[in-house]
Design a protein around this ligand. Structure first.
Ligand SMILES: Cc1ncc(COP(=O)(O)O)c(C=O)c1O
Length: 339
């Protein structure tokens, strides 16, 4: 099977398993796991921030960050298609009592002017806006990369209004590789970031919250409260360190493979947008097949894809799909999608 549903389906490589087996460990709730401490220091330095905290999932990392920057009852602004309000099962409301208000789904076409117009001032009669969240790359936005100039303008908007800026950087690695923007340059633009090791980088588990030392100290407390205080978790941090050392630069291969798939599918008229990174978004509006029918037909031919909506689907390239798998998908999908 060519499993193109998600970049989360990867399995640890032999080298990664060796690194995990050899990891020095300690009790991370006491901050005594040397491998976790090394990973946190490494990731903080990559983004030019003071500190980072290991979390079991991207969802927890995002939610910890949001609780750091938005007090209960106050408001977060984000894209209507953002992961934090689409796929985190109401966590911002359930755990942080955070109000969320969304701008229409713009994906990587984020417009700082639209965001600025939504900001509410402090006052006893309205919900005070406290933070803005963006997603880099944008998952439901087809893996799009928000341009650096847009993020800089958004930073100006946030500073003018005294707001915090959070980045859901589950796939910020892909943006870094696609646009050549140094990670520390992204880091400088945000008050908090969450980054995932378990997506394109291929680790089995693990995300980090990145920010100031003071914020990350608070995040450590909130992580324990949410049940995310882990013990000898250096075995997982070792997978993350291995992933950073060995799987970051190779994301160009995933991008090239996604571009090849896009090229093969272009004549079918089903691409939902340009393909910049490792996600190929499909829009089957008006097509003879809906998303479910396409997924069923593709599965029968040995290709798995994700259904996102009745007429939307996606293909995602990653560490566990090679050129042969892409060749196969690039052959059978255009046949299935022929009018
Ligand atoms: C953009 C984005 N943010 C956050 C997450 C959450 O990660 P996790 O599944 O580890 O909770 C995902 C997961 O796919 C994601 O795509």
């Amino acid at each position: 099977m060519a499993d193109l549903r998600s970049d989360t389906v990867t399995r640890p490589t032999a080298g990664m398993r060796e690194a995990m087996a050899a990891a020095e460990v300690g009790d991370d709730v006491y901050a005594e796991d040397p491998t976790v401490n090394a990973l946190e220091a490494e990731v903080a330095a990559l983004f030019g921030h003071e500190a980072a905290l290991f979390a079991p999932t991207g969802t927890m990392a995002n939610q910890l960050a949001l609780q750091l920057v938005v007090p209960p009852g106050d408001e977060l602004l984000c894209d209507a298609d953002a992961h934090v309000v689409t796929y985190e099962v109401g966590a911002a409301a359930a755990y942080g009592a955070i109000s969320t208000r969304t701008w229409p789904p713009l994906g990587a076409g984020l417009d700082p002017g639209v965001v600025e117009a939504m900001i509410r001032p402090d006052g006893y009669f309205a919900v005070p806006t406290r933070a803005i969240a963006v997603e880099q790359t944008h998952n439901r936005g087809g893996g799009g990369v928000i341009p650096l100039a847009t993020l800089r303008e958004l930073r100006r908007v946030a500073d003018t209004a005294g707001l915090a800026l959070h980045c859901d950087g589950a796939r910020i690695w892909h943006a870094h590789v696609a646009d050549g923007v140094p990670l520390h340059e992204y880091g400088a633009l945000f008050d908090t970031l969450s980054v995932c090791l378990s997506k394109g980088l291929g680790a089995p588990v693990g995300s980090l919250v990145v920010g100031s030392a003071e914020r990350i100290e608070r995040a450590r407390f909130l992580r324990k409260r949410m049940g995310g205080g882990m013990r000898q978790v250096g075995v997982l941090a070792a997978a993350g360190r291995y992933a950073l050392a060995h799987h970051l630069d190779r994301l160009v291969d995933d991008h090239a493979r996604a571009a090849r798939l896009a090229e093969a599918l272009a004549p079918c008229g089903v691409l939902a947008g340009p393909v910049r990174t490792n996600i190929v978004p499909l829009d089957l509006t008006g097509h003879r097949l809906d998303a479910r029918a396409l997924a069923t037909a593709a599965r029968a031919e040995g290709v798995l894809l994700s259904v996102l909506g009745p007429r939307t689907a996606r293909l995602v390239t990653h560490l566990d799909v090679d050129d042969a798998a892409i060749d196969h998908a690039a052959k059978i999908l255009p046949d299935l999608l022929a009018p």
